[in-house]
Design a protein around this ligand. Structure first.
Ligand code: NAD
Length: 440
């Protein structure tokens, strides 16, 4: 087998380490069920009729492509690729590109729907979209990943563009992937078009602050939720599942702001220290070994036990569906802040509500990434760059203002933060439909 030659995700170094994964993509198949159930709840609260419900729940456009790859050894492998534009009533489609073996059209549909509500909740002039390729990027060389990315991009070329649909990194992809997408698109159009993707490297028009934006947003919303209960970040313990682009930076920012980060994990397992992990040393360990597993200054912990730790704040920042009826029942945290998309199933949500756990939902908590993606797109369109400080301030403002809107509605109508967030997002999208009218 060909070796992987470069790190492909946030803090993930080149070689996949020699530990078998402790849990495979739990509940991925249920993502669309969860997304549809959340929409149904919002539609019921809003009192919309069946026709509008169906329109809001159905993707506007889906594209399904074959992505053949000639491997470095000359053999051919075929992957399935998807791009789903769930809704484009408020603006161009916006959403990440995921490389994971379990990617299928239903998962991409769910992720695209969540992008629609998320963009509306933080009031960006975007619709929602998502893409994916059914590949495990850890098993392929950089040259192979470049060929897969360029072929996928050229297959979906007719439906993307800076005014049509703008990609960004998601699980298994990174800023290098975005540079290949941008280059493939630009070469085919005949000129450089940085605004076709966001989350790209700074030398080709990436924004300062984008790499840590999702994680910063997770911390901003956590602080806001804690403040509602009169609690400060420096007084809480935190467990983070997932040590990729979102989880690793979230752990670092939490620790940097004085919280005690007692456990982190990746797909191979986790580490736990009730006195607080030294996150800086942990980054060095991950850079050297490819996983948090084996970090000496902590005890091993598996991914399921991490979710049940006696901590104040639990941040699932890996895959969908990890908090279902069973795992949610074991949660001891008082706050669950969803760094990942769709980490809690509808059943898991009911259990957490019953236990009095405050859930800061994905569509709000992890929206910092798309907010700074929007700033990156605006900068590319204006060909003018903002400082890191400007980006940080604008991000914080937008996250806190979205949180305040959601929390106020939740209080006023006695809703969960998730239902309140979805009501705001779904209503803004429905309003756009109603104002634009139905063509013809
Ligand atoms: P990533 O590929 O950089 O990292 C994923 C992490 O999850 C890795 O540490 C991986 O080892 C771990 N993981 C994978 N499978 C696991 C499992 N079964 N159990 C435990 N850990 C597992 O991805 P990312 O960009 O950090 O994305 C993580 C989540 O955050 C996804 O749900 C993604 O959609 C969401 N998200 C990402 C962004 C962004 O800006 N990257 C923005 C919003 C939401």
């Amino acid at each position: 087998m060909t070796t992987t030659s470069e790190p492909h995700t946030g803090a993930t170094p080149p070689e996949a380490p020699d530990h078998p994964p402790t849990r495979q993509q739990p509940g991925a198949g249920s993502a669309i069920t969860t997304a549809r159930s959340q929409l149904a709840t919002a539609v019921e609260i809003l009192g919309y009729d069946d026709g509008l419900h169906e329109m809001l729940g159905t993707p506007r456009r889906e594209i399904n492509v074959s992505v053949p790859l000639r491997r470095d050894d000359g053999k051919i492998e075929l992957f399935h690729g998807f791009r789903v534009q769930h809704n484009v009533s408020r603006g161009p489609g916006k959403g990440g590109l995921r490389y994971h073996p379990s990617v299928d059209v239903d998962e991409v549909r769910a992720l695209a729907m969540w992008m629609t509500w998320k963009c509306a909740i933080v009031d960006l002039p975007y619709g929602g979209a998502k893409g994916g390729v059914s590949i495990d990027p850890t098993g392929y060389s950089q040259a192979e990943l470049e060929r897969v990315t360029r072929r996928y991009t050229s297959e979906i070329m007719p439906v993307i563009g800076p005014e049509r649909d703008i990609m960004a990194p998601d699980m298994g992809t990174n800023e290098q992937t975005m540079a290949w997408v941008m280059d493939t698109y630009s070469v085919n159009q005949g000129y450089t078009i940085p605004a076709v993707v966001t989350g790209k490297p700074i030398p080709v028009g990436g924004s300062l602050g984008r790499a840590t934006a999702t994680s910063s947003g997770v911390v901003h919303t956590t602080k806001a939720a804690l403040a509602d209960a009169g609690v400060e970040l420096r007084d809480v313990s935190v467990a983070v599942q997932g040590f990729g682009k979102v989880g690793s930076h979230a752990a670092a920012i939490f620790a940097g702001e004085g919280a005690r980060v007692v456990a982190v994990s990746d797909q191979h397992g986790g580490v736990h220290d009730p006195d607080g992990l030294d996150i800086r040393s942990l980054f060095e360990h991950v850079d050297a070994t490819g996983s948090v597993v084996g970090f000496e200054r902590g005890e091993p912990i598996d991914n399921t036990s991490l979710l049940a730790l006696d901590v104040d704040v639990l941040v699932p920042a890996a895959v969908e569906g990890v908090l279902d009826e069973i795992t949610a029942d074991a949660v001891q945290a008082r706050w669950v802040v969803e760094g990942a998309n769709g980490p809690t199933t509808a059943g898991g949500d009911r259990i957490l509500a019953k236990k009095g756990v405050t859930v800061v939902p994905d569509v709000l908590a992890n929206a910092g990434g798309v907010v700074v993606s929007y700033f990156e797109w605006v900068q590319a369109n204006q060909a003018y760059w903002w400082t890191a400080q400007e980006i940080g301030e604008k991000l914080e403002l937008r996250m806190l203002s979205a949180y305040a809107d959601v929390a106020a509605l939740a209080r006023r109508e006695e809703l969960s933060l998730r239902d309140a967030a979805l009501v705001i997002g779904v209503k803004r999208v429905a309003e756009a439909h109603q104002i634009r009218g139905l063509y013809p």
